[in-house]
Design a protein around this ligand. Structure first.
Ligand code: ASP
Length: 349
């Protein structure tokens, strides 16, 4: 996320945070709140979710989303949907109205349509900026340039990871994280492009800063009834193969919620996150006694040391304690409590 793109990210996060908080403030559940927050971010072209997402290799938008209720573990997920403006709403329908957990492709769209969602033309999800980005990427690929997506060669993304120690972090979170009420909503979307940008050939370093700022979105919330929820939504990675599903919508990978442990949403290079089932790994640490902040840091350190992965995580415990970590230079985030809202573009503000 270059400096000039920060404002768009902050605006998007603030809008999402306001929607999530308003939902909680009028007595809505944590599931309602994360759905509302993620819907706003799906509708905002700034993010890699809903309209404005990265394009597949064949120039389409394919979306994945998951929503989980920590009270009863009810879960709804959709993947590879192309005709839904808000996949998180389809995920909510799966959670509410189906005995199943996960639908993909045409079956997911059909299920959503049967429950009242409109099916749109895929072109409505595509913005010109993304056509340009895909075409520049593919030209570079044809010219033998490096694969600059997260699914590319691990080696070139490993330079200068940013991982802080638990000791350093615990002092910082105290400043960021005042005592919470039981109505917290935390939102994040991550900026994972920086390592990639450093390796980009000139023709991919667009002047338009929004071209560099595309990120999966997620939200975690704790409501006044004491229940946690989590939601994650994504367009996946640039030039992904049609049919590829990342971590974001896979239960326990990019999203998970359980009142007995924590609620989590992740972003980052999906394949390593999936291999480590990192969302569940992180909430299990909280259940075993780690603070959410420690568990968040450990999860990101594990992602990197085990598989060279890059990403970001938000983790919310049943007592309202927040964990936030990323090993990318920036990750836009926001948090709202009864004591007000805070925003940042790195873990430190
Ligand atoms: N995790 C997403 C995926 O791999 C991408 C991202 O978070 O930016 O599909």
């Amino acid at each position: 996320m270059p400096d000039a793109a920060v404002a768009a990210h902050e605006r998007g996060i603030a809008n999402a945070l306001a929607a999530g908080w308003a939902t909680l403030a009028r007595g809505g559940t944590s599931v309602d709140a994360v759905e509302a927050a993620v819907t706003i971010m799906e509708d905002d072209d700034t993010f890699d979710a809903g309209r404005g997402s990265f394009l597949t290799r064949d120039g389409r938008v394919q979306l994945d989303a998951l929503l989980m209720n920590g009270e009863n573990l009810r879960t709804g997920g959709v993947a590879c949907v192309e005709r839904l403006r808000n996949p998180i709403r389809a995920a909510r329908l799966v959670l509410d109205k189906s005995p199943h957990v996960y639908f993909v492709g045409g079956g997911a769209e059909q299920f959503a349509a049967q429950h009242g969602m409109s099916l749109i033309d895929n072109a409505e999800l595509i913005v010109p900026r993304e056509r340009n980005r895909l075409s520049a990427f593919q030209q570079n690929e044809a010219a033998g340039g490096a694969d600059t997506t997260f699914s590319g060669n691990v080696e070139f993304t490993l330079a200068n990871p940013v991982i802080s120690t638990g000791a350093q972090r615990s002092g910082e979170i105290a400043a960021l994280d005042p005592v919470r009420s039981s109505t917290d909503v935390v939102l994040e979307e991550a900026a994972l492009e920086s390592e990639v940008e450093r390796a980009l050939p000139e023709n991919l370093r667009f002047d338009d800063p929004t071209l560099h700022s595309h990120d999966t979105v997620g939200a975690v919330a704790l409501d006044q009834y004491g229940n946690l929820a989590a939601a994650t939504s994504t367009g996946g990675t640039l030039s992904k193969a049609p049919g590829r599903v990342g971590d974001s919508s896979l239960i326990g990978c990019g999203c998970y919620a359980d009142n007995l442990s924590a609620a989590v949403s992740l972003t980052g290079w999906g394949e390593p996150i999936m291999k480590l089932v990192l969302g569940k790994w992180a909430v299990d640490r909280v259940a075993a006694g780690a603070t959410p902040q420690t568990a968040a840091e450990e999860a990101i350190a594990y992602l990197y040391t085990r598989l060279g992965g890059h990403g970001g995580i938000i983790l919310l415990g049943p007592d309202g304690q927040l964990g936030l970590a990323h090993n990318t230079p920036r990750m836009a985030w926001g948090i709202a409590t009864t004591q007000g809202s805070e925003f940042g573009i790195t873990r430190n503000g």
